[in-house]
Design a protein around this ligand. Structure first.
Ligand code: ZN
Ligand code: ZN
Length: 412
């Protein structure tokens, strides 16, 4: 792609994130989390935001090198706390309903060799201190959007055979194409895609399945009960004030939550999972009454076992998501080493925290949600189980069996 075209598509992408991702309103503030090496792209987003009438753009810079250095060199006690100004930043902005744009791009290996206990403790501290913020996020009380831009290290990890610049340009092209930014009106194209996801959401909600049965030749063979009053979501999301926003760009999934104690069988991952600097391969989970009773991996099994032991809820599940095997990200055949993309290439589950996709959840207490089968945890990790021969059958409350997926794609 020539340089000028790439630059103009980046602008269109920034516009898509601010308009469709956040749906920024006049007078609203916007927080942007961004790798420091991608400051030029943060500037494009800020330009779009101010054009849309943003009151103030606030930056939270990230840097893989400095994060790694902190995990290796900082005093031990800092991993058990969150600095109060960081907590204030999250609380004050989320309470006022500011937009929250997370430009997420990490060197998949940046935390390799770091003491896993420090990572775990930092996660626990942030789960505790930022609980209110996370709850507002889960309840869509403010508009938020996760997206990605290529950093040099990430691009090199995805395309190791290319030189750095070539790899970054190639990754830009793949990201833009996955987000349907192709030179025409990206906001329009995104809306059309989102409506198509909504069509599947509506069909699934109409069936109101009691359970889903998954089977494929990779070895997945599992029954998943869905909680009473659950609903499916996908594409645009409705914020607490009624404003539509897109929490993930790109997204290809429609998803809901499983009943916490209602999963039985075996799940076999069909793609490696990039987690805390390790590429975990060959994951197999045995599941009884919702709990992972056995976890196996061919590579980095210890990292996997740590991940499902962060807290009690980490060994239960929080998400079931349907993604057609024919989706554009899946067809690209690229392992992006970034969940935002890899989870959108394949049907997946997540262990850990559930999105409370239960009718009336906003007025329920944590205890009431738990009673309905909602899982709580400070972690949420997606892993991929889709395949070209995946079959999913829905069973309604009357016992009727309905094909949901056949040959890896929607049957309706
Ligand atoms: Zn998902
Ligand atoms: Zn997820």
């Amino acid at each position: 792609m020539d340089r000028n075209r790439l630059e103009s598509l980046k602008k269109e992408y920034a516009k898509l994130l601010v308009r469709s991702g956040i749906n920024l309103k006049k007078g609203q503030r916007l927080a942007i989390t961004c790798p420091v090496e991608c400051a030029d792209f943060a500037r494009l987003c800020a330009t779009e935001a101010y054009e849309a009438g943003c009151a103030e753009v606030l930056l939270r810079w990230r840097d893989d090198g400095l994060t790694r250095m902190k995990y290796l060199c900082a005093a031990d006690e800092v991993f058990d706390r969150v600095n109060p100004w960081e907590k204030d930043f999250c609380d004050i902005l989320s309470e006022e309903g500011a937009g929250w744009l997370s430009i997420y791009a990490e060197d998949p290996e940046s935390l390799k060799g770091v003491d896993p206990d420090r990572i775990r403790r930092a996660q626990i501290a942030s789960g505790r201190e930022l609980k209110a913020f996370r709850e507002r996020e889960m309840k869509s009380e403010f508009p938020w959007c996760v997206c990605s831009v290529p950093t040099a290290a990430w691009a090199k990890a995805v395309f190791p055979e290319m030189d750095e610049q070539e790899a970054q340009e190639k990754l830009w092209e793949e990201i833009l194409s996955a987000c349907r930014v192709d030179g025409d009106d990206a906001v329009e194209a995104w809306k059309a895609h989102s409506d198509e996801l909504q069509r599947h959401v509506e069909i699934l909600n109409r069936y109101d399945f009691a359970k889903l049965i998954y089977k494929n030749s990779a070895g997945t063979d599992i029954t998943v009960e869905l909680p009473e009053g659950h609903y499916w979501a996908g594409g645009e999301e409705k914020g607490a004030d009624g404003t539509m926003f897109s929490a993930n760009i790109p997204t290809e999934e429609v998803f809901t939550l499983p009943k916490r104690d209602g999963i039985n069988g075996r799940l076999v991952a069909t793609k490696p999972l990039s987690h805390n600097g390790h590429l975990i391969e060959g994951i197999v989970f045995e599941v009884r009454d919702g709990k992972i009773t056995e976890a196996h991996a061919d590579k980095f099994e210890e990292v996997l076992k740590d991940a499902i032991s962060v807290d009690e809820g980490a060994s239960y599940f929080g998400e079931v998501a349907l993604v057609p095997y024919d989706s554009p990200i899946s067809r690209s055949g690229i392992l992006f080493l970034n969940t935002l993309f890899d989870e959108n290439a394949s049907c997946h589950f997540a262990f850990g925290e559930a999105y409370p996709l239960i009718k009336g959840a906003d007025n329920m207490t944590e205890e009431e949600l738990k009673a309905r089968g909602v899982n709580f945890s400070m972690t949420h990790v997606d892993f991929m189980i889709g395949s070209p021969d995946l079959e999913i059958t829905g069973v309604t409350h009357d016992g009727e069996e309905v094909p949901v997926f056949r040959d890896g794609n929607f049957a309706f």
